[in-house]
Design a protein around this ligand. Structure first.
Ligand SMILES: Nc1nc2c(c(=O)[nH]1)N[C@H]1C(S)=C(S)[C@@H](COP(=O)(O)O)O[C@H]1N2
Ligand SMILES: [Mo]
Length: 321
């Protein structure tokens, strides 16, 4: 993998629009706070997670996981999202995800493990050294981003609970907050959002438990307070805002495979050679390059073949898509 220093955010990335958007949100939150104080008295300010969660996230750059590509702007990464719990529009997560309560937050790690345990988010933040890694994210909708994540390998957490010899799969479950997640009212998905990995995929050092982006704690729209990132798979495999991790003997049923098994397989490895039934996966649009920029070729395993191809040796990737 090529190595390059992470460029710091250029002043040009801090556009007046970004400032405007954050101010707009701030005003809205302040407005809600005032409303709550007026109705309920005692000035009970809207208890936003931002009051309790850390504002910064120290992470050491790990050049073993660097890409030569320039990261997508922070603005694009945090305003063009898929997080169906908040709606199916790309702007819905930015619009609504600040409503999600991310403190207190626990993650139950259970199933085929010798030491099942409920971790508090603040314990998880300290479980292993926080690293900054730059990963590619390739969405099944044929767009991509380059994202500087902060976190550590999921294997650190899985080792802590001591998987039994029966553990062959890992299942990730996303939080459900009906009052804060307007998307839960629509039935596209049989909520909660569930994703899964084979044990060897979950233990691979590239598979990351993510707590931050661009050196800050994850905003809601990116999966606060923690999500996974599996860079050689389509983005939908990387579940957000996780509350439960279950180790299993059998392959779990996952949300997208349940909705449309002919379109979304369990493996979902990025593969330009296997088209989605309704569109090609051969090329992708890089978010931030501009509408008229040429599309780029999608790489097998999203460019991570050297690291992960061995996991699938001997498997028919047309069948196991
Ligand atoms: N809980 C949950 N996790 C989710 C999704 C979702 O709708 N709900 N969307 C997935 C999809 S399709 C993609 S492409 C990535 C997008 O991650 P990002 O918005 O941080 O770029 O999140 C994935 N994780
Ligand atoms: Mo996606």
């Amino acid at each position: 993998m090529s190595r390059l220093k992470l460029p710091t955010i250029a002043p040009s990335d801090i556009t007046p629009e970004a400032v405007w958007q954050s101010r707009r949100r701030w005003l809205r939150q302040a407005g809600l706070g005032a409303l709550a104080a007026g109705a309920g008295g005692l000035g009970a300010a809207a208890s936003s997670w931002a009051d309790e969660a850390p504002k910064t996230l120290a992470a050491t750059p790990n050049p073993d996981y660097w890409l030569s590509n320039k990261p997508t702007s922070e603005k694009d990464i945090t305003s063009y999202n898929n997080f169906y719990e908040f709606g199916t529009g790309k702007a819905d997560p930015f619009e609504y995800a600040h409503q999600m309560q991310t403190r207190p937050w626990t993650v139950s790690v259970e199933g085929e493990v010798a030491r099942p345990r409920i971790f508090d988010i603040d314990e998880l933040l300290k479980l292993a050294p926080m690293e900054e890694r730059i990963y590619r994210l390739r969405c099944v909708e044929a767009w991509s981003m380059v994202i500087p994540w902060s976190g550590y390998s999921l294997s650190a957490l899985l080792k802590a609970v001591e998987p039994t010899s029966k553990a062959r799969f890992v299942e990730f479950t996303t939080v459900m907050q009906p009052d804060n997640m307007p998307g839960l009212r629509s039935r596209i998905i049989d909520w909660p959002y569930v994703e899964g990995l084979r044990m060897d995929e979950a233990m691979h050092p590239l598979t990351m438990l993510v707590f931050g982006v661009y050196g800050k704690p994850l905003p809601g729209q990116n999966g606060a307070p923690l999500r996974v990132a599996i860079p050689w798979k389509y983005g939908f495999k990387s579940g957000k805002s996780i509350v439960k991790i279950r180790l299993l003997e059998d392959m779990p049923m996952t949300s997208w495979a349940q909705i449309a098994p002919n379109e979304y397989g369990f493996y979902a490895n990025v593969n330009p050679g296997v088209a989605h039934p309704r569109w090609s996966q051969a090329t992708e649009r890089r978010i931030g390059d501009g509408f008229f920029a040429p599309r780029v070729d999608t790489l097998m395993y999203n460019g991570y073949g050297e690291q992960v191809a061995a996991l699938y040796a001997g498997m028919d990737l047309r069948k196991n898509y």
